[in-house]
Design a protein around this ligand. Sequence first.
Ligand SMILES: Nc1ncnc2c1ncn2[C@@H]1O[C@H](COP(=O)(O)OP(=O)(O)O)[C@@H](O)[C@H]1O
Ligand SMILES: [Mg+2]
Length: 371
Amino acid sequence: MIQLKKINKIYEDGFHALKDIDLTFEEGKINVLIGPSGCGKTTTMKLLNRLIDYTNGELTIDGKRISDINPIDLRRQMGYVIQSIGLFPHMTIYDNVAAVPKLLKWDKQKVNKKVDELLKMVDLDPEVYKKRYPNELSGGQQQRIGVIRALAAEPKIILMDEPFSALDPISREQLQDELVKLQEDINKTIVFVTHDMDEAIKIADQIILMRDGQVVQKGTPHQLLTSPANAFVEEFIGSDRLEQARGLPPMTAFVDEAFPYAKIDQSVEDVITLMVEHKKDQLPVVDEADKYLGIISLYRAVRATDKTVQDLLNEDIIAYRRSAEVEKFVASKDTIAPIVEADDTFIGVLDQDVLLESLHEKFDAKSGVKS
Ligand SMILES: Nc1ncnc2c1ncn2[C@@H]1O[C@H](COP(=O)(O)OP(=O)(O)O)[C@@H](O)[C@H]1O
Ligand SMILES: [Mg+2]
C-alpha cells in the first residue's frame, strides 16, 4: 500500500504544484489519477519513484518512508510505462523486455522463459517478435512491449503515465481491455495517469480526480458516476455519462439467481420438463463443476429427444460478468444473458424482458418524481 499524507510539492520557481494531498493507492488495484492538464498528476506519480522529491508531508510504501529507500532500489521495484513508449530503438524486442532482469543478473534461462511468457500474455508470438526491432512493430504492438517490459522484473508496483494516449482509438481500447485482463492474473498495484474519463471508468478500481494540485474526489467509477462531489466533478465526467449511469446500473442489479439451469449430463426429456415447469423456452447448461457451457432451447430440444444435451448445446451465447455493462447485452441480439464469475462458474441469468421491465419502472419512478 502506498500512502500520501499531507503531501506538498513546491517547485524551485515557487510554483505550488501539490497541496496537502491525502491519498492511498490500494494494493493489487488499478488506481487512476485523472484531471485536467497541469493539475499535478505526473508530479504525484514521479514522487513515487523519487524522480521528484516532495517538499513536505509523509509518503510511505508498506509503512516504510520513501525517503529511507534508495532511489535505485526503489525504481527496480517499480515498472514504469510512459506515453512516448521509450523502447530502445537499437535493441531487439527480446533485449528491450529483458533489460531489467539482465541488470538484476537473472540467469539466462529464467530471462528467456519470462520474455516468452510475457509476449504470449499480450498475444505476440515470441518466435515472430523476439528478434524484431521496435520500428518493425505497429504503435499498438510497441506499447504492448512497453507494458510487458515494465512487468519483466516482477515489480510489485507499476506506474503508467498516459501510456495509451498516443495510440489510435482502436489500439487504445484493445490495450485497455488487455490491461484489465492482465491485471486479473498479475494483481499488481497500478498507478495509472490519464486525462480520458472513458479510459478511467473502464479500467479503474479507484479513480482519484485532481484539480489545481488538490484531490477533488476519490472513489470507485460507480461512486463518481452516481454521486459526483460537486459541479467540477459533474462537468469533468460529463452529462452524457452521468445520465447513462443513472439509467443503467451494471448487470448485477438485474441478475436472477434463481433462474433454472440444466446439467450437461441430464437427459433431454428431463430438460424439457424443467423448461415446461418453469415456463422457460431456453436454459443455461453447466458442467459438473457448475461452469457455464452454453444454452439449450426448447425449440431444438422438442425436435430431438433422441439427442443428448451436449448435441443440442448452443455455445454461441456468451456469458457476462456481474460488472459488465448492460448496454453490451442490450446491443446484442440475445434474449437472455448468462452471468458468470471470473472462472465461468454460473451465477444466474439476466432476461431481456425482465431488464426492460425494470428499466421501465425506473423510468416511471424518475419521471414521477419530476412531475
Ligand atoms: N519543474 C517544474 N518547475 C515548475 N513548475 C512545474 C515543474 N514541473 C511541473 N510544473 C508545473 O506543475 C503543474 C503540474 O504539472 P504536472 O504534474 O506535470 O501536471 P499533469 O497533471 O498535466 O501531469 C503544472 O502547472 C506544471 O506547469
Ligand atoms: Mg502529465
